[in-house]
Design a binder for this molecule. Sequence first.
Ligand code: NAD
Ligand code: 6OD
Length: 484
Amino acid sequence: MKQFRNFINGEFVATEKKFEKRSPLDNSVIGMVHEAGKKEVDAAVDAARAALKGPWGSMTIAQRVDMLYAVANEIDRRFEDFLAAEVADTGKPRSLASHIDIPRGAANFKIFADVVKNVPTEFFEMATPDGRGALNYAVRRPVGVVGVICPWNLPLLLMTWKVGPALACGNAVLVKPSEETPQTATLLGEVMNSVGMPKGVYNVLHGFGPGSAGEFITTHRGVNAITFTGETRTGAAIMKAAADGARPVSLEMGGKNPAIVFADADLDVALDGVMRSCFVNCGQVCLGTERVYVERPIFDTFVSKLKAGAEKLKIGRPDEKDVGMGPLISLEHRNKVLSYYRKAVEEGATVVTGGGVPNMPGEMAEGAWIQPTIWIGLGDDAAIAREEIFGPCTLVMPFDSEEEIVARANDTTYGLAASVYTQNINRAHRVAGELEVGLVWVNSWFLRDLRTPFGGAKQSGIGREGGVHSLEFYTEQKNICVKL
Ligand code: NAD
Ligand code: 6OD
């Protein structure tokens, strides 16, 4: 049986307490995860502090940049190992993980190394009454030990999205991967050792949230800042923990993202975007769409084409040819998603396609498989229109005017992302400007330039990361004023 150990001070650390990691494909046990307790978290904090005081803290920016490039190159060299680990943990198609998860895992180290190398700080020359003047300049310093709490949907991508900039800025990290996806964070420990990363800079602590590694990291006063991706409710709990010691948080949380398709949209472009945003990664993408608004003249056509697209998706094992959708992450998560499938019907939805569990052969019948699902016939008050489901499903609703649709799209406590499909450039800019979200895509979805600000409005997030915005969280600026 595989063992997924903690990684502390450059060593793989076993613990007495373990839990099972099960495959989403057939619910078989694929490994045992060693759960970190307070003792391991204390050891990781001590190791991180020592690294900051020692070799890591005294490296020049150029040396850190070289180190991060080496990490990225080593992930590339071990691409197949990372791919196998990510696919085993999540059950997602290999084609998806090999195009998105793993390459982005490597890119996240390079892009932030480049940002840190190239971004200047401020300088102000100042007049003084004695005529001699003063010079002000800002320097950036790492915030110290950063707790990185991660979800399971894009494990390597979302973890390195935070670890990349944190290390580029000179911090040390304590990473808590999701209990569902322990493997790639653990494997990254091997990469850190093989490129000669100083011990204690990168630590991995496995476990759960409350009463486990998540709580022990976020409540530890030796952790100077916490960056989190996950559910809004969890983010709120972490924010409370961080209040003790007045420690900063960066929170990337849940969403209920709309796609708005105007009648003048290029239908093929809109269908391609909406298909991907609803069903890619089995609907487990925070930026994904669970509310599709279609302007009434094209509503029926759009729904029937979306139905055809969903029914063409091949559900299957990660390495099957042309597979379009894997399983959900776990049976527990499937229970949650299926509870919404039932609720939709109870509330009176028409099921256009899906709505249940597909018949899978052999032991795959035990896996977390689910059908891609489209509903119509309910409005904005329905639970499936308001609550984040995080599955391959969407409610499609008609609309009649631009003013109406902006108000309906904004009528939510969330504000992560939206996509707008139209060929009218004025309308595109107008609507994008009015949507209360952190990210808007026009005629596309999940097209990412890593230099841009990323984060959510309302209850979808606090703060922005990406490019120079990440530096605002992972460094502390200090102004030095020199009287001449
Ligand atoms: P989750 O909130 O259940 O768990 C996320 C992480 O927090 C896990 O590692 C978990 O163990 C840990 N955790 C749970 N309770 C904790 C506590 N009290 N203290 C410290 N740590 C705790 O989220 P999930 O189910 O892993 O991921 C799915 C959610 O993540 C969805 O809501 C999705 O929208 C959101 N998400 C958001 C973004 C974004 O960028 N905004 C990206 C990906 C996922
Ligand atoms: O692309 C990214 O950097 C990012 N943070 C994506 C988030 C996806 C959510 O599931």
